[in-house]
Design a protein around this ligand. Structure first.
Ligand SMILES: *Cc1c(COP(=O)(O)O)cnc(C)c1O
Length: 399
């Protein structure tokens, strides 16, 4: 077997110009709409935010949507409206971004961490059923990498035990469960429009719910809890009047962000299809490599393919994950790791009682996982370069 010298060992890199791990895909329409918004004089929450909310609600197929400053804001407000408070337990996967667990802590609740299924890397109905106690108020399953989860099974277990479901769909805009979109089934679902996510508003998020009243309450809480009751429009008092029935937060989206989002939403399916095509190139190029595992394909539902994490097999490779990520960088391929298990973070290792080894699937995945770049503006050549670089490193470092 021919072993080409990796760049990290002094060989020629696969690419001369580096391929970043993530890039937003911003078109002329987004730029023109932002300029229009600036010229309009209305920069904060207003007509464009409303239009964006309606677009997302229509796409997801729900009556309720509240555009917010981030997905984290949606997780925080979602927990509040689903009744999480002092002393409650909130079940979350250990393979997770820190946003969900932090929100539970802010509300005085206890994050109860669970391991994930090795195939989907998400919470299953069985995992949930085993973790529920009489103090459980809520479960926050993560659609890891944009892969749809068994939402019907999770809803059934949760409903039968009086537990609410708040989906963390930060990765999953555009994913579906067959006929229904992710975001239309759980009690509430929070999406992210952070710059690396499926579609972006720079910073932003949205909470969707089949329950319009719940989403409305989230909208009110996102603006200090200010509500100008419907009666007010017909009153003598005029538009300056508002009432506060519960203390809210400042978590609203602005029209400047929505200006970007409106045109990103127009391309949500196109973007997802492009990422799926790139995933197909990776799958075809890497599936037969014994020394790594590629993410399992997902046939029945559409996968948002926000992440494409390969897993290195330490028994077959002389290189560990950190060195592999560095070596890919030297080949001109940006890569990343998702996620550092929640209980490895300093605060959580002290606050919660989980030692190393508590979540074997999560922890093994963390040791082995390398997220490859996957975004709509990547060309087929870019995708082929990624395959070539991964194969080159595997060939050179094979045991
Ligand atoms: C990115 C991310 C979030 C947070 O999204 P923001 O919009 O930045 O608040 C939450 N959960 C997961 C799983 C994420 O990857």
């Amino acid at each position: 077997m021919k072993r080409t010298l990796p760049a990290v060992e002094g060989g020629e890199p696969v690419r001369e110009s580096a391929l970043p791990f993530a890039l937003p895909t911003i078109g002329e329409k987004e730029i023109a709409e932002v300029v229009e918004t600036l010229k309009s004089g209305w920069l904060t929450v207003g007509p464009r935010t409303k239009r964006f909310e309606e677009m997302v609600a229509g796409y997801i197929g729900v009556m309720g949507a509240a555009a917010l400053s981030s997905c984290t804001a949606g997780l925080h407000l979602g927990m509040i409206v689903l009744g999480v408070g002092e002393g409650d337990e909130v079940i979350l996967p250990a393979l997770n971004f820190i946003a969900g667990p932090n929100c539970a802590i802010h509300l005085g609740a206890t994050p109860v961490l669970v391991d994930v299924d090795p195939e989907t890397l998400s919470v299953t109905p069985e995992i949930l059923a085993a973790a529920i106690t009489e103090r459980t108020k809520l479960v926050v399953p993560v659609h890891f990498g944009g892969r749809p989860i068994d939402i019907d099974g999770i809803m059934e277990v949760a409903r039968s035990r009086g537990v609410a479901v708040l989906g963390d769909a930060a990765h999953a805009m555009g994913a579906d469960y067959g006929e229904r979109r992710v975001g239309s089934v759980a009690d509430a679902t929070s999406f992210s429009f952070y710059v690396t996510k499926g579609i972006t508003t720079g910073e932003g998020g949205i909470l969707t719910s089949p329950n319009a009243d719940l989403a409305h309450r989230v909208g009110v809480l996102s603006l200090h809890g200010m509500s100008s009751g419907a009666w007010n429009r017909y009153s003598e008092r005029g538009s300056w009047f508002y009432e506060v029935h519960e203390p809210g937060y400042k978590y609203n989206m602005s029209d400047l962000e929505a200006a970007i989002g409106i045109h990103q939403m127009e391309k949500v399916d196109e973007f997802r299809e492009r990422r799926e095509k790139i995933a197909r190139v990776f799958d075809n190029g890497l599936r037969t490599e014994e020394a790594i595992r590629v993410p399992p394909w997902c046939d029945s539902n559409s996968h948002a393919w926000h992440l494409y994490p390969i897993r290195l097999r330490p028994d077959l490779l002389k290189i560990d994950r950190d060195a592999f990520v560095r070596s890919l960088g030297d080949e001109g391929i940006g890569a990343s790791v998702h996620f550092i298990p929640i209980h490895y973070h300093g605060y959580y290792s002290k606050r919660l009682d989980y030692g190393r080894g508590s979540f074997p699937v999560t922890e093994a995945f963390f040791q082995q996982a390398v997220s490859l770049p996957i975004y709509p503006s990547m060309s087929d050549d870019d995708a082929n370069d990624v395959v070539e670089a991964v194969r080159k490193l595997i060939d050179y470092y094979r045991k």
